[in-house]
Write a protein that binds this ligand. Structure first.
Ligand code: GDP
Length: 369
């Protein structure tokens, strides 16, 4: 016989080893349960008692299956991305899976944008970046799940486009999707008309269904893991350096050709050719920016990564990937973007190079500011 226990909420096989996988509950809670008692996994427990959604991670195959299911249904899709890491938060091929379903693109973490930025420009850039991926959102909106900004607008857009259909919320991990949904569920004013509180949200292995007033559902899908996010290469203790929590402030460096800027040991910027010029850097205010000579930069990095140039921490060097190099000479004023970390404003005609851990994107976009 099978002695395995199953969560009575979502049906997942209970396990005590992987907090991020389905069916987890702490060994102590399992031990406390009396024989024959109904047991919830931690995720269902938190949902029932605190109306709080905990993320669960799926394998790529399961996620593909889920996306296919979404494509086959008649629904509104809400895709949450991190505006500091668009390339690290797009779902590859999403446009093929959504079929004819409308997509609302939500650029989250707007609270971290520098004060001087024009949000319309960010929205336009985000829409264009989506187009470049083949995704054609019916609307693009910036939000801050953390500060509760623009959530009313988001709910209004959802009501406008869902036309009495289900709503699937999709996104890769670390975009703030859980924070956003928790905020929506708990925000009594905004959600008052949309979500019916008469029924508990239901869970299944791969989704959480929040009942809406008209009998349809807002469905939270598990976040897929995007392995090439900067966040995966950084010690959790240093995460606030790559995922800023306060509005980022620009720092201006007057650089001559032949100078290098290190972003701690995580990334690097070389000024290769052009006249002396000001380069504005947008990155977390706490992140070390270190200027040195290009000619010595390789040796300097070799010697100092893990100590002066930290993060990465010394104990993480063994698993930290080498930096990959990308060269650009923009024709107009542009941002050299180091995905998930920040960007450097590069004047037209300057020849520069950007470096990031292998797998993390370095790209050029028209200057946002
Ligand atoms: P999920 O994996 O997409 O569900 O993301 P989470 O909701 O767990 O959030 C990932 C990280 O981003 C957490 O450290 C959050 O505190 C942070 N975060 C979420 N939303 C925001 C936001 O609007 N602004 C900022 N600055 N951080 C956010």
């Amino acid at each position: 016989t099978d002695d395995a226990l199953y969560c009575i909420g979502c049906g997942a096989k209970l396990q005590t080893t992987d907090p991020k996988a389905a069916g987890y509950l702490p060994a102590s809670s399992l031990a406390k349960a009396d024989a024959g008692e109904d047991i919830y996994c931690q995720r269902c427990f938190r949902l029932r008692h605190y109306n709080e959604i905990a993320p669960v991670e799926l394998t790529d195959d399961d996620f593909l299956r889920l996306l296919n299911k979404i494509g086959e249904s008649d629904a509104l899709i809400v895709n949450v991305v991190d505006i500091f890491d668009f390339n690290g938060s797009v779902i590859p091929g999403l446009h093929r899976f959504v079929g004819d379903n409308p997509v609302i693109l939500v650029g989250n973490k707007a609270d971290v944008l520098p004060k001087s930025i024009n949000e319309r420009r960010v929205t336009n850039w985000l829409t264009q970046a989506a187009h470049a991926q083949g995704l054609r959102p019916v609307a693009t909106l910036l939000t801050s799940a953390k500060k509760g900004r623009n959530l009313d607008d988001l709910l209004a857009l959802i009501e406008q486009y869902r036309e009495h259909r289900d709503v699937y919320v999709v996104g890769v991990t670390n975009t703030g999707k859980s924070t956003l949904i928790n905020r929506i569920i708990k925000d009594e004013n905004g959600m008052g008309d949309l979500i019916t509180t008469s029924r508990f949200p239901g869970t299944t292995l791969d989704r959480i269904q929040i009942p809406l007033a008209d009998g349809h559902f807002l469905i939270d899908t598990p976040g897929i893991i995007h392995r090439h996010q900067m966040a995966h290469y950084v010690n959790p203790k240093d995460l606030q350096l790559v995922a800023p929590t306060k509005p980022i402030r620009p720092t201006v460096f007057q650089l001559n050709a032949g100078q290098t800027l290190f972003f701690a040991g995580l990334a690097r910027f070389d000024y290769l050719r052009g006249p002396k010029a000001g380069f504005t850097v947008y990155a977390d205010n706490q992140l070390l920016l270190h200027r040195t000579k290009l000619a010595n930069a390789d040796a300097f990095y070799e010697k100092h990564r893990g100590d002066l140039l930290s993060p990465p921490r010394a104990e993480d060097l063994a698993t930290f990937p080498p930096l990959a190099r990308f060269e650009f000479t923009p024709k107009e004023k542009s941002d050299l973007v180091i995905a998930g970390l920040g960007w450097v404003v590069v004047p037209a005609g300057a020849m520069v190079a950007g470096y990031a851990p292998e797998g993390v994107d370095v790209l050029l976009r028209k200057a946002l500011i």
